[in-house]
Design a binder for this molecule. Structure first.
Ligand code: NAP
Length: 301
């Protein structure tokens, strides 16, 4: 029986683990795919206070090491079910059961799919959701990135150092990404912008060879690319916890800035929570708030 079970080993979950351990609580962090979370895909993080330039991987490695050094236990396992038994919570992952007196859910969000035919079939054969992970496969090749947020711009910038060309395709005329990234991308000679455009088709037998792109005007074209990087945002994946606490219409946990849910003993932190700004800074803030709230709640038990 742990004092606190934390689901998700990204910035929010590992920060919660650090705070809970420093408060003397026993902690288990369960992670389904890879510790570090989404930021591990970011080549360069330049907006975390005190760290003017750090790679997402270096940052998350340091965060995991910090949590472990403080005594947080960590384990791989995607939580399949979550419930309450008497005065504690029970999670199952990889056919194992884990018990804790309080629960902090830091499940983050997963890559949103583009929703174009054959997208799934071509993953690993031209379609990718992570430029840092897969960019090296496209050395001196023509590539495209879809999306207009920080991730899309960052991916385009990263790929521009490896690929021969990068076409950035965005469905609107304006980016939502930070201005600094847009300016940097405009300065790159091998990045071309295709605004007000959508990817409509993925072409290629064994692997991607081209994509169909349609402009707002309806004009279509075929763009020869071997790599398509989909960076169209994230969506939550909180279904396993729907019976435990409330989700909003988008599937995010309903909780305020205090990270408390309507269920006593259940706290939520990071991108999985309904909130205005999803950043490393806000994930770290949530992790500390949720852990402190969980410790106080345990004190009152
Ligand atoms: P995001 O900010 O939600 O941007 C998603 C982009 O994809 C938007 O431009 C959106 O278009 C577009 N899009 C959504 N669905 C689409 C579809 N079906 N087809 C085509 N385009 C579609 O997502 P993100 O860039 O992954 O960033 C997520 C969060 O992480 C943000 O808060 C971001 O600031 C943060 N982040 C921070 C850093 C950093 O350096 N600190 C790095 C990466 C991410 P519209 O603009 O038209 O809606």
């Amino acid at each position: 029986m742990y004092d606190i079970l934390i689901v998700g080993g990204g910035t929010a979950g590992l920060t919660a683990a650090i705070y809970a351990r420093r408060a003397g609580r026993s902690v288990l962090v369960l992670e389904g795919t890879g510790f570090g979370g989404q930021i591990t895909s970011s080549p360069l993080v330049e907006n975390y206070p005190g760290l003017p330039a750090v790679s997402g991987l270096d940052y998350s490695d340091a965060l995991l090491a910090q949590a472990k050094a403080l005594g947080a236990e960590t384990r791989f396992g995607r939580v399949e079910s979550a419930g309450r038994e008497g005065d504690h919570f029970v999670l199952t992952a990889r056919k194992k059961t884990f018990e804790g007196r309080a629960l902090i859910l830091c499940t983050g969000a997963k890559h949103r799919k583009l929703g174009v035919d054959r997208e799934e079939e071509l993953v690993g054969r031209g379609v990718s959701y992570c430029a840092v992970c897969d960019g090296a496969f496209f050395k001196d090749k023509d590539t495209a990135v879809v999306g207009g947020g920080d991730s899309a711009l960052q991916s385009a910038l990263f790929l521009s150092q490896v690929a021969r060309s990068v076409t950035l395709i965005h469905r609107r005329g304006e980016f939502r990404a930070q201005e600094a990234y847009v300016t940097a991308a405009k300065e790159k000679e091998n990045i071309t912008f295709l605004m007000d455009s959508r990817v409509t088709e993925l072409i290629g037998e064994e692997a991607l060879t081209a994509i169909g792109v349609e402009e707002k005007s309806g004009k279509g074209r075929k763009l020869p690319v071997e790599g398509l990087f989909v960076e169209v945002g994230q969506e939550p994946d909180n279904g396993a916890f729907a019976g435990l606490t409330d989700l909003d219409e988008g599937g995010y946990f309903t909780a305020g800035e205090d990270c408390r849910t309507k269920t006593p003993g259940v706290f939520v932190a990071g991108d999985c929570r309904a909130k205005e700004l999803r950043q490393l800074t806000t994930a770290a803030a949530d992790g500390s708030v949720a852990a402190t709230a969980a410790c106080r709640w345990l004190d009152g038990q």
